[in-house]
Design a protein. Structure first.
Ligand code: NAD
Length: 256
């Protein structure tokens, strides 16, 4: 059964681990997919691998910096020009910063708020006129388990992820009158190319990488990106038609 037949979906951060896995499932389930990511990201490689893996997959890439407010309108107008409809928005782009709040600077705050929070707001704002016209319009915002479990040293990131939860609930209330569903997913540690590269830079072995998560969740391991993409697919599908304003914890039960 194809759960997203005849639907058009935008996935921001589509060149990254969770975004690419989500795009793959969406294509397998019949959606036309728009990958949005930075111009220097591996957008084209991801698109090529999707088209090779899934015969007939319809994918377009839009390279833009979502930290700029104007990018959101540009993305949505290109999608409408190409396919004439928009049914699903997955706000997934994200950046991280590693410093205690006591050392935080305005530059980093402005950048991380622009990417992790304001791009979600602007993408939603620009997408909503089309989502309201769709009979199945919905938004899935990618937050984090750390919206609810703050930690030492990533305060700016965790604040943006908590903001996404609040944004999700407000949008769900405001858009219910238009039958647009808005939900968030809160992943736990997910082993994506970003983490693999970071571990390699720190010269960590595979065993050390695995051990990093032993104390973090009940299942004592990382998620594979597909384990986050499947709940995103479900939230975007008609199987979740009575779900709005929810935060789905996909975190194997974060400890602490
Ligand atoms: N991997 C994890 O452990 C984990 C856990 C919880 C939440 N998340 C969230 O899941 C989402 C995807 O994360 P991921 O692990 O796949 O990371 P990732 O770094 O592989 O993907 C994030 C993508 O966003 C893109 N991006 C960053 N800044 C951008 C900008 N200004 N404009 C356009 N695109 C931009 C990046 O290029 C990248 O492709 C992020 O929002 C992240 O915060 C990840």
């Amino acid at each position: 059964m194809k759960r997203l037949a005849n639907q058009v979906a935008i996935v921001t951060g589509g060149a990254g681990g969770i975004g690419a896995a989500t795009a793959k499932l969406f294509c397998e389930h019949g959606a036309k997919v728009v990958l949005v990511d930075l111009p220097d990201s591996p957008l084209n490689e991801v698109s090529k691998s999707l088209q090779e893996a899934i015969p007939g997959a319809e994918v377009i890439c839009i390279p833009v910096n979502l930290a700029n407010e104007a990018s959101a309108a540009e993305v949505v107008s290109l999608v409408i020009e190409k396919w004439g409809q928009l049914d699903i928005l997955v706000n997934n782009a994200g950046m991280r910063s590693y410093e205690p709040l006591a050392d935080s600077t305005a530059d980093v705050w402005n950048q991380i708020l622009a990417v992790n929070l304001l791009s979600y707001v602007y993408m939603a704002r620009e997408a909503l006129p089309s989502l309201r016209k769709s009979k199945t319009g919905c938004i899935v915002n990618v937050s984090s388990t750390h919206a609810f479990h703050p930690r030492v040293g990533m305060g700016q990131y965790d604040v943006t992820k908590a903001g996404i939860v609040s944004l999700t609930k407000t949008l769900a209330y405001e858009e219910a009158q238009h039958q647009v569903r808005v939900n968030a997913i809160c992943p736990g540690a997910t082993l994506t190319p970003f983490h693999i590269k970071r571990a390699a830079e720190a010269r960590k072995s595979g065993i050390e990488i695995d051990h990093q998560r032993y104390e973090q969740n009940l299942l004592k391991r990382w998620a594979d990106p597909l384990e986050i993409a499947y709940p995103i697919l479900w939230l975007a599908s008609s199987e979740a038609s009575f779900i709005t304003g929810s935060c789905l914890m996909a975190d194997a039960g974060t400890l602490g």
